[in-house]
Ligand binder design. Sequence first.
Ligand code: AMP
Length: 281
Amino acid sequence: MIVAADTAALMEKIDVMPRPLCLVPTMGALHEGHLALIHEARRVVGTTGTVAVSIFVNPIQFDRKEDLDKYPRPLSADLAACEAAGADLVFTPESGQMYHADHSITVSENRLSSFLCGASRPGHFSGVCTVVMKLFMLFRAQSAVFGKKDFQQLAIIKRMVRDLNVPIEIIGHATIREADGLAMSSRNVRLSPEQRADAPIIRRSLTAARDLLSLGERQAESILAAARHHLEKSQMLKIDYLSLVDAETLEPVATIRRPAILATACFYDTVRLIDHVELLP
Ligand code: AMP
């Protein structure tokens, strides 16, 4: 496995890496969810292609300084995990490597980003689009794998690729969960033992509300009320948002007639967790 710690080292290597190349962009603190993406990348490129992973805690996508400062960065464990998962190339730049002090160009998406996480984290998706576009240019990858856990991010990246004619295939991978249903996240390690024990209520609330759909309920208001009622049983979490949106446009819906998404973001103190379920009428 080759480790490139800066853009110059990456540029030196990238031309000689066998193609096709599939990229898995991450912020590190790797867990089973990330490893599933790496395995998917291997499946896509086959034994002779290149599986590339980037590990970069992208400062410009953080809306809260504390979240950036406290983001876990276990680099040597991450490199060992990449190696064990069969990655061929890992890119681990420092922030100064990725952004010139006077950088002045960003990529922004202006429709899908106005909902859900985009509404509660100003500038977040512009930071994501900018770094992902830079990674696509650096790696000149044929494909890239993203988790469906961050479904709004996946939708926005697909839109960016479509609207800017970026020559890359975007592959979505199912959410990997802990045995108790909690979606795996690098932020889970920041939960106290009590918060960690409470956190599966997020998934349970969403699936309980989804069950109403199979009983014939189509009104978003009733499904949202059920999910909120369930979430509010927790004494520890604070709801950031709870929304029911169209699966394609991400706009709020009143009556479910097409595939929709019930999505939430919740805080345990300063740790923000997201999850969602699909609602198929
Ligand atoms: P992150 O390191 O949080 O930026 O995530 C890097 C990639 O891993 C993104 O495409 C995420 O959607 C994906 N990812 C994170 N958690 C999970 C999970 N539990 N299951 C599947 N993919 C995930």
